[in-house]
Design a protein around this ligand. Structure first.
Ligand code: MLT
Length: 395
């Protein structure tokens, strides 16, 4: 019996499981410690009232024979796909219903989309990177070329001069660095992909944190992007759905390679391997996109943006180089005192009771850097900011 031995090449644990294990060990040894998590990007603000109301209503429908829903369309219910279409239209991006696929979150689809590609394809992956892009490609044995992201390019790598790729991962605003591409930079990536016949896999999960007008919220704001890009988005961070699970993927009808339509392939893949997202969750997602829902979820986003601002001010005051915090719930800081990223992780945990994520966990170029998130409660973030400022001031 042969197994997929490529799993042996992966780190033994997924990054956030590894961090959670280390924190649990610390907690067991120091039960008195008041630990604050600025680690995994999990939301803390409750669901918006409009979302809860839609969930309750949908649950009641499920309990009544006349309004009960069994299997739904694998692509998602038209009511939610239409709401997503309207969400894009509000920003001047015109899509068709057949291009939108409802998912249980961006993470799953970012991995599943690889079913459409050959394992012979070459992949460009930024380093540092959200580990899912890397691990899912390693599981399939694809050749990976890393795009170096560092302080010299503001953690926003641009297309290389010579090398060519089949698949290119871009995440903007970026996880983990919080850096965001402007319009001109994304145009360069689209031109490059069209030139070499590559497909861009664009992760837009953090688009709702963008505040600056020259930062696109969707790759489809760039002319011709529909010929070369698939976009992934999620209700997790924009509407607090990390525990409900819902997202979407846009596969444009124009997108073709090797004489095949990627939209048709994805539809075939989803109808074979996926049974769709729960009806009440799709109703909740629809409510999140309603006018009332957007206003209410906007208040939660504002809380996270204020948290990010507070952490940003602490780092500025301490003179620490960092990216993110603006247009993004992530702050990517250089570790102080030449500590490596795991040393700083232990230092912050032991001396300050703060959990963050070591940059080295996101790739080689993440070494010497550290990620903080703005998703804690305002009170916890204020307390963590005070502790962090004190520790950095004392070094
Ligand atoms: C993160 O902390 O990077 C994210 O929460 C992970 C995710 O969205 O899967």
């Amino acid at each position: 019996m042969e197994l997929n031995t490529r799993y042996q090449a992966l780190a033994p644990q997924y990054l956030f499981s590894d961090v959670a294990r280390k924190v649990a060990r610390h907690r067991a040894a120091h039960p008195e410690a008041a630990i604050i998590s600025l680690g995994i990007g999990d939301v803390t603000q409750p669901l918006a009232p409009a979302v809860v109301q839609a969930l309750e209503q949908a649950a009641r429908e499920m309990g009544c024979a006349d309004t009960f829903h069994g299997y739904g369309p694998e692509q998602g219910y038209p009511f939610l796909r239409q709401a997503i279409l309207d969400y894009y239209a509000g920003r001047g991006v015109s899509l068709q219903l057949a291009e939108v696929f409802v998912s249980d979150g961006a993470k799953s689809d970012l991995g599943n989309i690889l079913d459409l590609f050959s394992s012979e394809n070459t992949v460009f992956i930024p380093d540092p990177v959200y580990p899912v892009y890397l691990d899912t490609n390693r599981m399939d044995g694809r050749e990976i070329r890393f795009l170096r992201a560092d302080a010299s390019n503001g953690f926003l790598p641009m297309p290389p001069q010579r090398a060519e790729a089949d698949i290119i991962y871009l995440c903007s605003p970026n996880n983990p660095t919080g850096a965001a591409y402007n319009r001109a930079q994304l145009q360069q990536w689209v031109d490059y992909a069209l030139d070499c016949g590559a497909v861009i896999l664009f992760d837009a999960a953090y688009e709702r944190f963008i505040t600056q007008p020259d930062i696109p919220r969707s790759i489809y704001e760039i002319p011709c992007a529909a010929q070369c890009a698939i976009e992934f988005c999620s209700f997790s961070k924009m509407a607090g759905f990390t525990g409900l699970r819902c997202g979407w993927t846009v596969v444009p009808l124009q997108l073709r390679a090797s004489g095949m339509s990627l939209n048709e392939m994805w539809l075939r893949r989803q109808s074979t391997k996926f049974n769709g997202v729960a009806y009440p969750v799709q109703r909740a997602a629809e409510a999140a996109l309603s006018e009332e829902g957007m206003q209410q979820t906007g208040r939660a986003i504002a809380v996270y943006q204020q948290n990010a601002q507070l952490l940003h001010e602490v780092l500025v005051k301490a003179g620490i180089y960092h990216t993110g915090g603006v247009n993004s719930p992530y702050l990517w800081m250089r570790c102080p005192d030449e500590m490596d990223s795991w040393q700083f992780f232990h230092y912050l945990l032991e001396k300050g009771g703060i959990v963050g994520t070591p940059g080295a966990g996101f790739g080689e170029n993440g070494e010497g850097y550290f990620r903080l998130t703005a998703f804690s409660s305002p009170a916890d973030t204020a307390e963590a900011a005070q502790r962090l400022g004190k520790l950095l001031g004392a070094l």
